[in-house]
Design a protein around this ligand. Structure first.
Ligand SMILES: NC(=O)c1ccc[n+]([C@@H]2O[C@H](COP(=O)([O-])OP(=O)(O)OC[C@H]3O[C@@H](n4cnc5c(N)ncnc54)[C@H](OP(=O)(O)O)[C@@H]3O)[C@@H](O)[C@H]2O)c1
Length: 293
């Protein structure tokens, strides 16, 4: 099976490395050229589609996904006989469900198929083949993607028709954004009473209030500046998608809306590229007025 990947960001590169390591022929395309490493690089998105049976897309946001699919589905004879005909697209970005559904309709009109399969876990989790994929699509299309998804997933969770994988991704990530903002408020309270940040984190990790994602975030919260798997601006983007989806569905979301204000404020204040867990440091220093640790 020939595999293509559009988008060589943190996730796209991790997918490409895992899939290629298992012996699949991998062709890649990225808006900014020169990121292909050892993988074959297509000159255009249409050339990428021509070189593959299954095309994974992992891009920043809705606008990026819209722009790239417009090019993926273009070509000399676009439509049912165009270069995309017969292909399977796997959309893996965290975006809005209505965007995925609209693109799936365009893919179908081009004679191809699409499933949405966003994953839980960042690049290190992909590299360890421990991702959890939330998948929307027909059972036949999902089965077709399994040989590729199995390269980096410990579990594939079918959630329903196209779009439902994306809904599940919003469901799964909403409490994480809210959790870290809630933790930021709690830890700022503790620091304002003179408690030590590291000591408080040690207690939190040993308490029922610890999220599974917390242990690997402690170094960043304590000021270590390493690789940033996912940043504050990314959580802002996700919370915008979550609150918009809640609004459309008539589901009040005061916690997510409050968290969105915090991550948006941090992004506006120049903290957008920092690890998302440092919302804790932003809240203590920039909002509560405590000294940097
Ligand atoms: N990082 C994580 O831990 C994680 C985990 C799960 C899910 N996700 C989701 O996976 C997706 C990708 O995340 P990431 O961390 O890999 O992001 P990233 O490192 O910021 O990479 C973003 C990719 O999107 C491309 N892109 C952005 N705007 C574009 C446009 N208008 N046209 C064409 N390409 C465009 C970028 O191309 P250039 O190189 O040209 O800028 C790059 O390849 C996001 O939706 C994210 O929320 C991330």
């Amino acid at each position: 099976m020939r595999v293509a990947i559009a988008g060589l960001g943190r996730m796209g590169r991790a997918f490409a490395a895992r899939i290629a390591a298992d012996g699949f022929a991998v062709t890649v395309w990225n808006r900014t050229a020169g990121r292909a490493e050892s993988w074959a690089e297509a000159a255009t998105p249409a050339a990428l589609v021509a070189a593959a049976d299954i095309i994974l897309t992992s891009l920043t946001d809705d606008a990026a996904v819209e722009a790239v699919y417009a090019e993926l589905l273009a070509g000399p004879a676009a439509g049912r006989l165009g270069p995309a005909a017969g292909r399977l697209f796997v959309e893996m970005s965290t975006i809005r469900p209505e965007t995925v559904r609209a693109i799936a309709a365009r893919v179908e009109a081009a004679g191809a198929r699409l499933i949405d399969a966003p994953v839980a876990g960042g690049p290190a989790v992909v590299a360890a083949a421990q991702s959890l994929a939330f998948v929307g699509g027909t059972p036949e299309d999902i089965d077709r993607a399994r040989p590729v998804l199995d390269r980096f997933c410990r579990k594939i969770a079918p959630m329903g028709p196209v779009g439902s994988g994306t809904v599940m991704k919003l469901v799964a990530n909403l409490p994480i954004g809210v959790y870290f903002q809630a933790l930021a408020e709690g830890l700022a309270l503790g620091r304002s009473h003179g408690l030590d940040l590291e000591a408080m984190l040690g207690v939190m990790l040993d308490s029922p209030g610890a999220l599974a994602a917390l242990p690997r975030k402690v170094p960043a919260i304590l000021g270590e500046r390493g690789e940033v798997p996912f940043d504050i601006a990314g959580v802002r983007k996700d919370l915008l998608a979550m609150t918009a989806a809640c609004h459309r569905a008539g589901v009040p979301a005061p916690a997510a809306t409050g968290a969105l204000s915090a991550y948006a404020g941090a992004t506006a204040a120049g903290w957008g590229t920092r690890d998302f867990s440092t919302i804790i440091n932003f809240w203590a220093e920039a909002v509560a007025g405590l000294p940097p640790r």
